[in-house]
Write a protein that binds this ligand. Structure first.
Ligand code: GDP
Length: 432
């Protein structure tokens, strides 16, 4: 889906507005019960149009230190978006920071919807009118808190956004974008070095950016891939404080820019909560997933048996992800990444034709109807695949469906269509 970056100074009410936008519809659900975390991107829907909201956090141009890197990540998010929603506080009026933001947005050149937030009643027409001075056209007055104006705003958003994202998949037919992620010391940079060998081409098509995200074209066993944000892997940043935060930010940025993620795990270590959080970030981002079990050269028989059990216990929810056992040190099985990446992307790109999908849903309902609730039987009336990358389904139902039943549908979809290496999402709409 097209990507909408949400920007604005801190405290203008961005999060409230984001919650308002995603909360007014039943959110598209992930196929895995995730851990609670600070989410950065969300899927939203309005009038049958899907889009992805990327909340960029507070955007202070004069910020220093870590805040500054947040600002840079935010700017990057805008460059990677199809459109921008700039949120300003109508009660405060246009500030110099808002004006600076506008200059940056101009430079990046994405279409912008200007939101005048905190317009809680109609007595603030003058406040709203003052925002014309930002030169972004008509301000859209809303009260994120009370919901006032949000329907009109959503109309403006879906009108502005293109039908399909122009940014996620660079040029069609070009090398596909891969993120290498994982916790520290699992061997990400070793893997990258081994994969690039001598043939490394650095790409940086982000005009005017001199910072971290740099891509490299990497050829493995004859196929070329675009590894994103490799500078972040190669340049080790060790910060005493906030390094977790920083690492998470890097992972998120890489995921935002990638189509498929290779999550690297270290077979000599137990599968940790941090590994699981990183995998959760991939699921959340909706990117395709490949698991690389690195340092296979160090594996002995005892640990091997233990590892198999750990994988079963801790990674059962991503049993659909291709696994590659490799060694960055010796280069063993590195080439197996290619079929794994290809399979994952194939699943990620899959579109199930509506006719086939409905035949599948019909059969499923015949064989395994939803349990009765209050004497009635919730039924799936009709389904459609609203998006690919990742496959996203919308099912119209005659009543609310149990989470277990949704998961059952999800499992059956995987059994029938495979969806190797890709999260899938199902949204339900109750039709009255
Ligand atoms: P990163 O923090 O994830 O980028 O991890 P590094 O690539 O810096 O690797 C961390 C340590 O693990 C280094 O000492 C590497 O030499 C070592 N290492 C990485 N991959 C392998 C591997 O396949 N086998 C062995 N034995 N050691 C490895």
């Amino acid at each position: 889906p097209p990507v909408l970056a949400v920007v604005g100074r801190p405290n203008v009410g961005k999060s409230t507005l984001v919650n308002r936008i995603i909360g007014r519809r039943e959110a598209v659900v992930e196929d895995t019960p995730g851990v609670t975390r600070d989410r950065v991107s969300y899927d939203a829907e309005w009038n049958g149009r899907l889009f992805r909201l990327v909340d960029t956090g507070g955007w202070e141009l004069e910020a220093r230190g870590l805040d500054r890197s947040v600002a840079e990540q935010a700017e990057l998010a805008v460059q990677e978006a199809d459109g921008v929603m700039l949120v300003v506080d109508a009660k405060v009026g246009p500030t110099s920071t808002d004006e600076q933001l506008v200059r940056v947005l101009r430079r990046v050149g994405r279409p912008v919807v200007l939101v005048a937030n905190k317009v809680d009643d109609s007595g603030q027409a003058a406040d709203v009118a003052a925002l014309w001075s930002l030169g972004l056209g008509e301000p859209h007055p809303v009260s994120a808190l009370h919901g006032r104006g949000s329907g009109d705003l959503l109309d403006a958003i879906v009108t502005m956004l293109p039908e399909h994202s122009q940014v996620a998949t660079a040029q069609p037919g070009g090398p596909r974008r891969v993120a290498i992620i994982g916790r520290p010391n699992v061997g990400k940079s070793s893997l990258l070095n081994r994969a690039t060998g001598t043939s490394r081409a650095v790409v940086n098509d982000l005009a005017g950016t001199t910072r971290d995200p740099v891509d490299e074209l990497v050829t493995i066993a004859g196929t070329t891939w675009r590894f994103v944000d490799t500078a972040g892997i190669r340049r080790r940043v060790h910060l005493q404080q906030g390094s977790d935060y920083y690492a998470t930010l890097r992972t998120q940025t890489a995921l935002d820019r990638a189509e498929v993620a290779i999550v690297v795990l270290d077979v000599t270590q137990h599968i940790s909560d941090q590994d699981l959080r990183i995998i959760d970030m991939v699921l959340e981002s909706g990117r395709a997933l490949v698991l690389a079990f690195n340092k296979w050269d160090l594996l002995d028989d005892d640990r091997r048996g233990q590892l198999e059990r750990e994988i079963e216990q801790r990674l059962g929810h991503v049993s659909w992800a291709p696994r590659v056992n490799l060694s960055a040190r010796t280069g063993r099985h590195l080439e197996k990444l290619v079929p794994a990446l290809e399979a994952a992307l194939e699943g990620w790109d899959t579109r199930v034709p509506t006719g086939k999908l409905n035949a599948f849903l019909h059969e499923l309902a015949q064989a395994n109807p939803h349990p009765l609730r209050g004497g009635k039987q919730p039924r799936v009336l009709f389904g459609t695949q609203a998006a690919t990358q990742p496959p996203t389904f919308v099912l119209f139902t005659s009543g609310f469906m149990d989470p277990q039943y949704r998961r059952f549908i999800m499992r059956r979809l995987r059994e029938v269509y495979g969806f190797v290496g890709t999260p899938i999402r199902i949204g339900m709409r109750v039709r009255e």
